[in-house]
Design a protein around this ligand. Structure first.
Ligand code: GTP
Ligand code: MG
Length: 293
């Protein structure tokens, strides 16, 4: 049998479970997941390697109408996933308004790659409503094959996975066969910290935050990491740090435990908070933070 390989790109609206699904399909926690919308900000590859195939999944930011420059960059990541897909996984769920997002669906319809429409979170609905949604999606993306699943309950993921392998084109691997992702270790550190910020703070705070690793030194025993949390305004700095530093300490401890689990090694994590005025709208900052491709 000839070797198969391809790009399987996961797109859809915010919060429908794209990252949960990618982690399931890859079998590793590559993307962070929270109940807040716009958790994912980058295109994140998760690679499955078997002897006779390689699947390169891409998790992408949820499609939003941009209201600042960072969101424009996020939308570019989502659109880029339509240009190089061998298979498109369009993810929706049983909660979101089906008529949202017509522009993007139009782009999916114009694309030539096969579309697997993933109807997620079916654990939250009943047969009747599911059948109605199924019919509606058949009309919206007529050529899509529809897979009702539950990513958290691990329901029907195996059938989706089998279909992906069937549709995978023949070809040589794109990445070395021992690679799990194309992103550097530092990226997973910043994402772990950002996940804890999403979980621990409310309203605009998580959306105004960016994290950068300034130092990453590994020896036999442990990894020493120094990371900076950037906020947009002075007032946000105080909120991140919290009374007597308690809030920041909590983020640090929770992130460190995840980073230790990810690398299988002891970690010493130091966090600092800095103000980088209005970074979400500044081209130069966005470039530095890896948002401009
Ligand atoms: N009940 C239920 N919840 C789910 C399921 N899949 C994902 N979720 C939850 O939905 C929320 C969003 O999941 P994510 O995987 O972060 O969604 P996303 O599409 O990557 O979101 P963005 O990165 O913001 O675009 C989380 O709270 C998940 O636990 C599912 O099958 N059933
Ligand atoms: Mg996500």
């Amino acid at each position: 049998m000839k070797h198969k390989s391809g790009f399987v790109n996961i797109v859809g609206n915010p919060n429908v479970g794209k990252s949960t699904l990618m982690n399931r399909l890859v079998g590793e926690k590559i993307s962070i997941i929270t109940s807040k919308s716009q958790t994912t900000r980058h295109r994140i590859k998760g690679i499955v390697n078997e002897e006779d195939f390689q699947i390169v999944f891409s998790d992408t930011p949820g499609v939003v109408k941009p209201s600042y420059k960072m969101q424009e960059c996020m939308l570019e990541f989502s659109k880029s996933a339509l240009t190089d897909a061998d298979i498109i996984l369009y993810v929706t769920d049983v909660i979101e308004n089906i008529n949202k997002n017509e522009d993007f669906i139009e782009k999916v319809n114009q694309n030539e790659a096969p579309v697997l429409l993933v109807l997620n979170k079916i654990d939250l609905t009943n047969q009747e409503k599911l059948e109605e949604l199924y019919g509606n999606w058949q009309q919206l993306i007529p050529r899509a094959e529809i897979f009702p699943i539950s990513a958290t309950e691990n329901f029907n993921i195996d059938n989706l996975y089998k279909r992906i392998i069937e549709l995978l084109p023949e070809g040589e691997p794109f990445f070395p066969k021992d690679e799990l992702t194309d992103l550097p270790a530092r990226f997973f550190v910043t994402e772990s910290i950002r996940e804890k910020i999403l979980l621990n703070y409310e309203k605009e705070i998580p959306y105004s935050v960016e994290v950068e690793v300034e130092e990453f030194k590994e020896d036999d025993r442990r990894i020493n990491i120094m990371a900076v949390i950037y906020v947009e305004r002075d007032s946000q700095k105080g909120i991140i740090i919290g009374r007597q530093g308690e809030a920041l300490k909590k983020v640090g401890t929770e992130a460190r435990l995840d980073i230790e689990a990810f690398f299988g090694k002891k970690v010493f994590l130091q966090l600092y908070v800095k103000v980088q005025k209005d970074w979400r709208n500044k081209e130069r900052d966005l470039k530095n933070f890896g948002y401009v491709q």
